[in-house]
Design a protein around this ligand. Structure first.
Ligand SMILES: C[S@@+](CC[C@H](N)C(=O)[O-])C[C@H]1O[C@@H](n2cnc3c(N)ncnc32)[C@H](O)[C@@H]1O
Length: 285
């Protein structure tokens, strides 16, 4: 047996490894989904409909509550991907959004933990808190080093950034390493911030993103919004918007000028350098 751990791996190899790890991590989903479909009697329901049924038909015939339709749709998508069922595109099959109220009062996590939401559990159970923060940090530092290398252009031109729900700061640190001039902060709940590594690279702020986000040129959110229903996402994004100062006058890059010119109705423009960094911009109607 051998292992490639000592070798320098290319980005595609690293990403392939990451995908394979996720396949193992979530491998149980297929068997759980299959068991769920069998317990609900989905195959018989389809059979009784002559071999083809919509998700709504299946829900009606198996007694699945209408509020759980998005969940049934996801289970069927997993099993279709696994080749157990086949799908024609239903008009609504593109909808993947989770809405507040879809799941009733509690999420699956809450149902499995006596009604306690995940971020309340991190406050109550220090070993769970540590495990979750460390797991996020390890995965995030791996992904972010690659993301910054491959798509780091989005951070160019920023002087400050706040990573909201940034945990132990792995993403903010990757950004700060690649762009040392960007003042990076992390906002997270006190139980996450209290154990974050204080290396001076990143400024940690304990708080609640529903109440206040420290001001910065840009707000970064990674693996945060997917934890929340629609209404909560809107509240978080409203706080994000408040944190980013409205843009007044200032220096702009070419693509930013281009957007303004085109939105103003001009058809084209030309930038003519004339002296050092001074240029003339011609704008054509
Ligand atoms: C799934 S983790 C993602 C962590 C990090 N962004 C990453 O990708 O590794 C979600 C984070 O949101 C934080 N969080 C949850 N509720 C929060 C709130 N009300 N205010 C600030 N952070 C919150 C959690 O503590 C946790 O660190």
């Amino acid at each position: 047996m051998s292992c490639h751990a000592e070798q320098e791996l290319s980005t595609p190899d690293m990403l392939q490894g990451h995908i394979e790890l996720h396949h193992h991590l979530f491998g149980y989903l297929k068997s759980m989904a299959l068991r769920c479909a069998a317990d609900l009697g989905v195959p018989s329901a389809i059979h009784r409909r002559g071999g083809a049924a919509t998700i709504s038909d299946i829900a009606a015939d198996t007694g699945v509550h209408p509020a759980k339709l998005p969940h049934l749709r996801r289970i069927m998508r997993v099993l279709t991907g696994a080749g157990i069922f086949a799908a024609n595109d239903e008009p609504s099959s593109g909808r993947r959004r989770r809405r507040d109220g879809d799941t009733g009062a509690a999420t699956l996590y809450q149902a499995a933990h006596g009604g306690v939401p995940a971020w309340e559990m991190t406050k109550r159970d220090s070993s769970y808190n540590r495990a979750l923060n460390e797991a996020c940090a390890v995965d995030t530092s791996f992904v972010m080093d690659i993301a910054v290398r491959e798509g780091g252009d989005v951070f160019r031109g920023l002087s400050s950034l706040v990573d909201v729900g940034g945990g132990h700061g792995a993403a903010a640190m990757a950004i700060a390493r690649a762009f040392p001039h960007i003042k990076c902060s992390v906002l997270d709940l006190p139980q996450a911030i209290s154990e974050a590594p204080a290396d001076g690279m990143v400024n940690f702020v304990a708080g609640n993103m529903f109440e206040y986000i420290p001001p910065a040129n840009a707000v970064f959110l990674k693996y945060v919004l997917h934890c929340w229903g629609e209404q909560d996402c809107i509240k978080i994004l409203q706080q994000c918007k408040k944190a980013i100062p409205a843009r007044g006058g200032g220096e702009r890059e070419e693509h930013e000028w281009k957007k303004i010119f085109l939105e103003a109705g001009f058809s084209d423009y030309k930038i003519k350098p004339i002296l050092g960094f001074i240029s003339v911009i011609e704008v054509y109607p």
